[in-house]
Design a protein around this ligand. Sequence first.
Ligand code: AHR
Length: 314
Amino acid sequence: MIRKILASAAACALSMTAMAVSGEKIVVGFSQIGAESAWRTAETISIKTEAEKRGIELIFSDAQQKQENQIKALRNFIAMDVDVIGLAPVVESGWEPVLREVQEAGIPVILVDRKVNVSDESLYESYLGPNVIEEGRNAARWLAERMNGKANIVELQGTVGSAPAIERKQGFEGVIADYPGMRIVMSQSGDFTRAKGKEVMEQWVKSPDFRSVDAIFAHNDDMALGAVQALEESGFRPGKDIVIVSIDGVRDAFVAMVDGKLNCTVECNPLLGPQFFNLVEKLAAGGSIPRWEESFEDVYDETVAAKALPERLY
Ligand code: AHR
């Protein structure tokens, strides 16, 4: 364990330099949201595997979808005097007080895959993750082309108050605003889980208005896959009667595309372990890291799914 020599925001750089000089084992606290989706599980595996590979001590905490558990974890990390904290925040707001405590303890924070909404951006060192608004835009662009600019869409939103639910919606709506024939007719949260995506869709299909629905935009693959199940159980042919676009690019989404039940997935890369620990090691060596380390992603539809499937590991 590397001891911090000063406890203030300004002391972070000095403290990290001390770490590099001492050559001691780096200790990282990582507060994970939970295991709501296949995507999140893949991210957890990537973080744990990479820490082990690099001989970094990882104190991993699973918050089971609760912000209060993440706040507790951060306080524990302060008490344990970890060197760096990784935080995948379940929702955007409510972080300022605890992040201030972390800053006062002189521990740098790297946000992983989701952003926070704070008035003082010095409360975290860096955000590692994708351009989430662009993911929403990519889903909308693909759908607009596929539907020739005309579609009644139902939207399965992610966790209420989470950065990806807010930003994917924002990106998607921004693009469809240019198409007068495209509109969202129903929208509800499925909490990023397969079970809730199915549950919401089961309710929707009972509505007489559902007959006019042409397309589904799901903020992640797990909810889309739950919706696929609900549609099949109600006698619809997902991917044919209703066009489905979602986000993540997990293996099961590729399987569904090959089976003709899902039409497109916009990739959101969960394998952030290597990039995360590159940032940690840079800090440990006394270096500075970018405010935003972008992860790279692609768009895959049914025309390329079979070819891409063997390479999908998560
Ligand atoms: O923050 C990334 C999102 O969180 C993924 O799209 C979703 O599957 C996960 O739960």
